[in-house]
Design a protein around this ligand. Structure first.
Ligand code: MN
Ligand code: MN
Length: 464
């Protein structure tokens, strides 16, 4: 039952194609450090491929077979549709993935000065090992929205000429007590404070001995001069501290990619890529990139939102198929690959996996019939019939693929967006790409697995 290694299957003939795809992915990942950036870059690629916005499609008045449309909400959730030959009531083939990643969000009142240093207070987002986020260069990405609605885009720390920021750790010489603590509290959430300044300036004109001075004044001046934002604008901002720097080739053989946010932009990008490269399908093809997966898929831009249902209704209105019943049928008859990263086997930590049911680097696209924890809790658990359909599609298309569970029974676990799509009655199975060091600032993925994923997703859109 051991699965084939895709490097051996592809051989030299396809090496150039693997490299080219992964160069494109690295470019996307390096420029997509937040859900907003991931979405904006995805929309740009979609428009290049001829997709138009829902509003533009509505102005044209109708949609026919081959029509390519996208819709977004709040800049954080995206659905793309390519209309197939069959009516949508016969079902859609959906590729889903999420574009939010674990990070440190600035608090609403983040700025403070302490002993001639200025820091930003954060509230972490998603599941992180907090000790991994200290002593690494961080960049600040996001938006600050002024009271008049002006959106100020912020990216500090990515251009090699930019400064970076970061969180300090205690020197080892004075860490006797810290080193005895449990890893979960060795760095505490409230202590994830980002150092951003230390130059002291006078706050006012006048006689030297009476003049007030501070470090925070200088930082406030820089924020105002460079970005036009005042301290109060942090109240209506979404600024994320993320690992600084681009994604890079990893390994002496360049067979892997190291980067921040593979979870789940690696599945988002490969799903999008397959969507944009797939033409002329029987069923309507859909690519759905969602936000908030890392905190429970909640809110208007998470998978629990009515967004996808609403957009499907709008699309069906344009194809002339819409009725409440037709919408229900289109959703219930859909088939979906809910793609999220899998835990790759790690030779440093073999004990957490059960080797027969573990994802391995190089063995291609991963399918998880179920995820969950403590007895499959929270899992979608795809039907055997549907898994058989997916097996056939992958094998017919010559895709390298494997199956996996998230660790040994009762070792831990986790969930995805799959069960939420399943609520419509559609067939859903978890799929995705294996990564090492998941949720760390430096996740690692295999290039050949990225290649197999695009192949698999295209085969699904064409044949499911
Ligand atoms: Mn994920
Ligand atoms: Mn995750």
């Amino acid at each position: 039952m051991e699965r084939k290694n895709a490097w051996l299957v592809r051989g030299a003939a396809e090496k150039a194609a693997v490299t080219a795809l992964c160069e494109d992915y690295k470019t996307y990942l390096s420029a997509s450090k937040t859900e907003r950036e991931s979405l904006a870059n995805a929309v740009a690629l979609a428009r290049e491929a001829g997709y138009i916005s829902l509003k533009e499609a509505q102005e044209k008045g109708s949609l026919a077979c081959g029509g390519k449309v996208y819709e977004t909400l709040m800049g954080k959730i995206l659905a793309l549709f390519r209309i197939g030959r069959k009516p949508m009531t016969e079902g859609m083939n959906i590729l889903g993935a999420h574009i939010d990643s674990p990070r440190l969000d600035l608090k609403q009142n983040p700025l403070y000065e302490d002993k001639d240093m200025v820091l930003l207070d954060t509230h972490y987002y998603g599941g992180i090992k907090k000790y991994q986020w200290v002593t690494i260069p961080l960049a600040l990405h996001g938006v600050a929205v002024k009271k008049d609605g002006t959106v100020v885009n912020i990216v500090i720390g990515e251009d090699p000429a930019d400064p970076v920021v970061g969180i300090t750790d205690l020197l080892v010489h004075l860490s006797a007590k810290q080193m005895d603590k449990k890893a979960s509290v060795v760095i505490e959430g409230e202590d994830l404070n980002i150092l951003i300044g230390s130059e002291k300036v006078y706050e006012e004109e006048g006689e030297e001995e009476n003049r007030k001075s501070s470090v925070v004044k200088n930082i406030k001046d820089i924020l105002l001069e460079k970005y036009g934002i005042e301290e109060e604008d942090f109240l209506s901002a979404e600024i994320e501290a993320v690992p600084a720097g681009p994604a890079r080739d990893f390994g002496l053989d360049r067979s892997m990619i190291l980067g921040y946010g593979h979870d789940d932009r690696i599945c988002a990008y490969t799903s999008l890529r397959a969507m944009l490269e797939t033409e002329d399908t029987e069923k309507t093809a859909v690519c759905l990139l969602v936000d908030k997966e890392e905190i429970g898929s909640v809110g208007a831009t998470g998978m629990h939102s009515r967004f996808f249902e609403n957009v499907t209704a709008e699309i069906m209105a344009l194809t002339g198929e819409y009725s409440e019943l037709a919408l229900r049928r289109a959703l219930a008859n859909a088939r979906m690959l809910s793609s999220d990263v899998s835990a790759a086997f790690d030779p440093n930590y073999p004990s957490v996996n059960e080797p027969k049911n573990t994802a391995y680097f190089g063995r291609g696209l991963v399918f998880n019939k179920y995820t969950g924890s403590r007895g499959k809790g929270g899992s979608n658990d795809a039907s055997a019939e549907y898994v058989a359909v997916v097996r056939r599609i992958m094998d017919d298309a010559g895709v390298c693929w494997q199956t996996s569970e998230l660790g040994r029974v009762d070792e831990g676990g986790g969930g995805t967006i799959a069960y939420i799509a399943g609520n419509y009655g559609m067939e859903v199975v978890d799929a995705g790409i294996a990564v090492l060091s998941m949720h760390s600032p430096c996740e690692i993925a295999s290039k050949i697995d990225i290649y197999e994923a695009v192949k698999g997703y295209k085969a699904f859109l064409e044949n499911a």
